[in-house]
Design a protein around this ligand. Structure first.
Ligand SMILES: *Cc1c(COP(=O)(O)O)cnc(C)c1O
Length: 413
């Protein structure tokens, strides 16, 4: 069955919860063992002292290690990406920073695509640097050879232990070939040191792009965005093979940055409508992009649907291979500069002026002075993050109302 058919029931046994059709919120810190032997056996499995027996399920111990609301949510999230295991975190940044801390050690380096999420960028440039972990950045469209030469030039040969990318890149929707990065991972790996390759898939959510299928080792989400989808919860997730996830979950246990039961419950509720919400958002985005494409006050529209039509042969091939939808994120250059962009943003009525993305309500923001304020001037110039750029996250409203709101706001400019 398709994941959307299973999101209401998968992994949950009503008989264990008085017949309740929905998984209750297990707001509890600890769980009572039937007897001492059971407690002993649960701990043996939890701490890896012995393998689980066939059909043996890890018993519930303590909510930092496991809780039904998290475990069922994690099992459901696995379905979308066809992952072996999943760990849910209290935020997207928590998932990303835990992965970086687990797979990088002092003296190593991280190879990452530009631009990455501002929080990720900050973590790489400040915290990892403080830990004596180097970094090498690359831009969408650069070849493996160019990237390898840069690693050499920067004196990082043999040091790269983690590759981390975001595609499509926020805010201008440039795409990166996941398979190319997987090849790069293989070429940079040695027999005794395998490089790990993670993809932050927040921008396409679990419905429209599946990085694990294209060779990524780990897929990361800010579940705050499409997965939560209602702008009411902060959470994150990481998915991958059992082997790598055992390491991620191990560190999560000791950082204690798992999500709580209430967050798990909210996200399970969100997952039931994930597919319908995202389908509707993508359909709305298509209408909005078509409107922006022909508007005289709009200079350029950054939308995957446009790239799929007018992009280079390489870009088209990447989109064809990786993306099953053009998504619901659009950016555009308004004719003029900051004054015109701000005038537009301040005139919107239905669309809210706020950062974040992927929720049911449409949002608009100004990347240069808001989400990407921290990006260096050179990188901003290379990545078309200028004062005339506006970013839109398209929600589930009636698209005619969204277009009317945008048309009115453009009228005031
Ligand atoms: C929002 C976001 C994050 C951070 O997630 P939080 O849940 O806010 O911690 C990471 N990556 C991307 C691409 C994001 O959009």
């Amino acid at each position: 069955m398709k994941p959307e058919s299973l999101m209401m029931s998968y992994g949950y046994k009503p008989s264990l919860s008085e017949g309740a059709i929905k998984c209750p919120i297990f707001q509890t810190s600890t769980f009572v063992f039937h007897n001492a032997m059971e407690g002993k056996r649960f701990f043996e499995v939890a701490y890896g002292l012995r393998e689980k027996e066939q059909d043996e399920e890890l018993g519930l111990i303590y909510s930092r290690l496991n809780n039904p609301d998290l475990e069922i949510l994690e099992n459901r999230l696995c379905l979308w990406d066809e992952a072996e295991d999943c760990a849910v975190f209290e935020s997207g940044m928590s998932a990303i920073s835990t992965v970086m801390m687990e797979f990088l050690s002092p003296g190593d380096a991280i190879l990452y695509s530009k631009p990455v999420y501002g929080g990720t960028d900050h973590f790489i440039h400040h915290f990892l640097k403080k830990m004596n972990i180097g970094h090498v950045g690359f831009y969408p469209g650069e070849s493996k050879e160019t990237i390898k030469n840069r690693i050499k030039e920067m004196g990082m040969e043999g040091k790269v232990k983690l590759i981390h990318i975001e595609t499509p890149a926020n805010p201008t929707n440039t795409v990166i070939d996941i398979e190319m990065c997987a090849q790069l991972r293989d070429e940079l790996s040695t027999e005794d040191s395998r490089v790990v390759f993670s993809v932050d898939n927040t921008y396409m959510g679990p419905v429209w792009q599946h990085p694990l299928k294209h060779g990524a080792d780990l897929v990361l989400y800010s579940a705050t965005k499409y997965i939560g989808g209602h702008s009411d919860v902060i959470a994150g997730a990481c998915l991958g093979s059992k082997e790598l996830m055992a390491r991620v979950k191990g560190l999560r246990t000791f950082f204690g940055n798992m999500a709580g039961p209430w967050t798990g419950w909210l996200l399970m509720r969100s997952l039931e409508t994930l597919k319908v919400r995202m389908d509707k958002q993508a359909e709305n985005a298509m209408h909005v992009a078509a409107f922006l494409n022909q508007h005289p006050k709009v200079e350029k529209v950054y939308y995957i649907g446009n790239t799929a039509q007018f992009g280079s042969a390489e870009e088209k091939a990447i989109i064809e291979k990786q993306c099953s939808s053009y998504g619901a994120m659009i950016a555009f250059d308004i004719k003029g500069g900051e004054a015109e962009a701000f005038r537009f943003l301040d005139s919107l009525k239905l669309i809210k002026l706020a950062v974040s993305l992927g929720g049911t309500e449409s949002l608009a923001e100004h990347p240069q002075t808001m989400t990407h304020a921290d990006v260096s001037p050179e990188d901003k110039a290379t990545m078309s993050i200028t004062e005339k750029l506006v970013r839109l996250s398209i929600g589930v409203e009636y698209y005619g109302d969204l277009i009317a709101d945008i048309a009115n706001a453009l009228e005031t400019v």
